[in-house]
Design a protein around this ligand. Structure first.
Ligand code: ZN
Ligand code: ZN
Length: 308
């Protein structure tokens, strides 16, 4: 079987996006009041430290005194406030976490929008943790707009258990995928479908797409084509990445200041100016001159005094 050539509709991200250079500049609008930021810190640190022994909680939650506030602008245009550990710790140099605690790239952040781009398929590159989930029996009434016959053919009339695996995708994000059976393990590799059946399915799909051009979105059509070309493997070698939809780059940042303002440093003494030094030198020279005159006068009086 020859792999289906990639087409314009194959929108799988095939390369790591280039990291733009973030710049320090002033951003539109104003920072929120510090009191609000402090309230958020208190709520967040209480949430993070919840159920932890005080010592461990203190390790995980940075002290308010260590936190420096920034306003940042993302490539979607949104402006948010972020905190880093100190004024030298630039927000664009930090690695943040995705929804599954996976590390995002340096300078990336999540920003959830209603108008986000659609999710894209990404190849599965690593298999992680396995969990099982039991579903109740399906209702008798047809669902998902299916006819009673179609529904009857696929309906589960008893509770059923499925195995889910956490998988890392080529983009670095983590999602869940369904295993083909409870017994299946990643070491087993994907189960391929009988070649004759795949040929039949390919023909059926091609007919469906020809007669019903809008029956499947271009993304799903291309995904189906790729999976058919690979012999309809189960589990599928790719999954939709929803995290990619929300990952944005920090384009610009602006300083706000410490979450807890620092006590003012005592002003360093400025070195005296040349004019001040010259004035003081003149004064001292005048004083020295006066002292020498006084000394000379004293000496002359002593000499004048008759010897005893
Ligand atoms: Zn945004
Ligand atoms: Zn992704």
């Amino acid at each position: 079987m020859t792999p289906h050539p990639t087409s314009a509709d194959d929108d799988r991200a095939t390369h790591t996006p280039e990291r733009p250079a973030a710049v320090l500049r002033s951003l539109p609008g104003r920072a929120r009041p510090r009191k609000e930021a402090l309230q958020e810190y208190e709520q967040e640190s209480a949430r993070l430290g919840e159920g932890l022994p005080a010592g461990l909680g203190a390790l995980l939650v940075p002290e308010a005194e260590q936190l420096y506030r920034w306003r940042i602008q993302l490539d979607c245009g949104c402006i948010h406030e972020v905190w880093t550990r100190g004024e030298e710790d630039l927000p664009s140099e930090r690695r943040r976490h995705g929804p599954e605690q996976e590390q995002l790239q340096k300078g990336q952040m999540l920003c959830v929008h209603d108008d986000g781009p659609p999710a894209r398929y990404q190849n599965i590159v690593e298999w992680g943790e396995r969990t099982e989930h039991t579903f109740p029996a399906d209702p008798v009434e047809p669902r998902h707009g299916l006819s009673p016959q179609e529904w009857a053919a696929m309906r589960h009339d008893k509770p059923h258990t499925r195995a889910f695996w956490k998988v890392t995708l080529a983009c670095g994000h983590i999602t869940d995928t369904i295993a083909p059976s409870l017994e299946w393990k990643p070491a087993d590799g994907p189960r391929l479908t009988d070649a004759d059946r795949v040929a039949e399915m390919t023909e059926e799909f091609e007919e469906f797409w020809a007669s019903n051009p809008t029956g499947q979105s271009p993304r799903e059509r291309e995904h189906t084509r790729r999976v058919l070309a690979q012999g309809w493997p189960r589990p599928e070698p790719e999954e939709l990445c929803y995290t990619c939809r929300w990952v944005r780059w920090i384009m610009a940042y602006q300083r706000i200041g410490w979450l807890i303002p620092r006590a003012k440093q005592p002003q360093r003494q400025q070195p005296p100016s040349r004019a001040t030094l010259e004035r003081r030198l003149r004064q001292m020279e005048a004083e020295a001159k006066q002292l020498r005159t006084q000394l000379a006068q004293l000496d002359s009086h002593t000499e004048d005094r008759p010897q005893t």
